[in-house]
Write a protein that binds this ligand. Structure first.
Ligand SMILES: [Zn+2]
Ligand SMILES: [Zn+2]
Length: 171
């Protein structure tokens, strides 16, 4: 046994240091845990998966309406527009979600999918507190307008507005 590996992040020799390959290199356990959290945080921001976890209510923190909340595979939660699934190619790249058998939400990334596959998408794409989605397809603008109308009418959303707290089944 030689000297412990030197952690690339904190530059200390540390017996918990493990080489995590390119681009991370050798990192001690503490730095690696921090790196994993930063990666998850970055991914969560990119994917709009920064929802409040349970037991907080699954409300959008901007428009405060109840959403469909699912856990992701990286310990973050995403709010998906309730009860809406679209043909995958209509949803912007990187925002195509599906529900796995374990009930978690999976972002399908940029891969091509078979025709007929429908995906869920984050509420953030059509949140009425955000800019009207000019660059998105007309369908999203229509959804945004619908959500905005609901938002402006100040009708407190009731549980009946979101039938079925179970994950909806989509063929
Ligand atoms: Zn370190
Ligand atoms: Zn919202």
């Amino acid at each position: 046994m030689g000297d412990p590996l030197r952690c690339r992040a904190c530059r200390r020799p540390d017996p918990t240091t493990v080489d995590h390959d390119i681009p991370f290199g050798p990192q001690c356990a503490r730095c690696w845990a921090g790196a994993e959290i930063r990666c998850a945080n970055r991914q969560a921001l990119d994917e709009y998966a920064a929802a409040p976890p349970p037991p907080a209510e699954p409300r959008c923190r901007h428009c405060e309406t109840l959403q469909d909340r699912y856990e992701t595979g990286y310990d973050r939660w995403v709010l998906l527009e309730p009860g809406t699934a679209l043909p995958w190619h209509l949803i912007p790249l990187g925002h195509r979600w599906t529900l796995a058998g374990d009930g978690k939400a999976v972002n399908l990334g940029t891969r091509r999918l078979p025709g007929g596959v429908r995906c869920r998408f984050p509420h953030a794409l059509v949140c009425p507190c955000d800019e009207q989605p000019e660059v998105l397809r007309p369908f999203f603008t229509a959804l945004w307008e619908e959500d905005e109308h609901r938002y402006r009418s100040h009708r407190p959303p009731g549980i009946d507005d979101f039938p079925g707290t179970d994950p909806p089944a989509y063929g």
